[in-house]
Write a protein that binds this ligand. Structure first.
Ligand code: DGL
Length: 249
């Protein structure tokens, strides 16, 4: 029986969890810290401290290994978490690089302020292959998605701003470098005025983890109860799950 801990600052990782649980049987323990979301505009010290709180909570469930389903946490403190908890942490950001390597041409990495300011995508991909990686800080997207704004004028206005460099240069590939963004993948596609490859690392991650060992339980813990949260989880998840609101860490 494999117990997998998986976490994000909020709802984004739910889409990663869904992909995983559809394809690989295991016991999943998911924590989304929607009480303190977004993490992407916070300092390195704060993100590291919040991520430590999350893992301390999940350690109560006899976890075999972790999946960091949050780019912001991945690029900010994956090494710190590995060192502190002495466990394996697979990161969505590393998986995203592997997924992106399968495509030719230049890239737009679309992510949070913290992820883009780390330059992880630009530095890593440009060192691995001849390409140019443009970076776009999508500062408001996580808040809009967590608030249930999944379409409409406000979202379109934000997307037009964050995708402007892609539309201007007709970049071949758009990397969804924040796990919240696959939730609005269709809207992202509609705001591009040309055809691009939209790379969703969650699909790649789920295809590259194999744990079919008979167990199959999906436990979701969220730190703040809200109707939008319950509704979005219901909309995203295609397998059975148990949702518990824990009211903070
Ligand atoms: N889903 C998180 C990520 O992948 C969102 C970060 C946030 O809370 O701002 O980066």
């Amino acid at each position: 029986m494999t117990n997998i801990g998986i976490f994000d600052s909020g709802l984004g990782g739910i889409a990663v969890l869904n992909e995983l649980a559809k394809k690989n049987k295991a016991n999943y323990f998911y924590l989304g810290d929607n009480l303190r979301v977004p993490y992407g505009n916070r300092s390195k010290a704060e993100i590291t401290s919040f991520a430590t709180d999350i893992v301390n909570f999940l350690e109560g469930y006899d976890i075999d290994y972790y999946i960091i389903a949050c780019n912001t946490i991945s690029v900010t403190c994956k090494d710190y978490l590995r060192e502190k908890f002495k466990k394996k942490f697979i990161t969505i950001a590393d998986m995203a690089i592997e997924a992106a390597m399968e495509y030719d041409g230049d890239y737009l990495a679309l992510g949070t302020k913290a992820t883009m300011e780390s330059h992880f995508y630009k530095t890593t991909l440009e060192a691995k292959k001849p390409c140019k990686v443009y970076e776009s800080k999508a500062i408001d997207l996580v808040n809009l998605i967590e608030g249930g704004v999944l379409e409409g004028a406000t979202l379109n206005g934000a997307l037009d701003e964050y995708l402007s460099i892609a539309n201007e240069k007709k970049l071949a590939n758009i990397i969804l470098a924040c796990t919240h963004y696959p939730i609005i993948k269709g809207e992202i596609s509609k705001r591009l005025d040309y055809k691009a490859n939209i790379i969703d690392p969650a699909v790649f991650l789920a295809d590259n983890i194999k744990t079919d060992d008979g167990a199959n339980g999906v436990n979701i813990f969220m730190t703040k109860e809200s109707q939008e949260t319950s509704a979005l989880i219901k909309k995203i998840m295609e397998v059975d799950y148990k949702l518990t609101f824990i009211g903070g860490l």
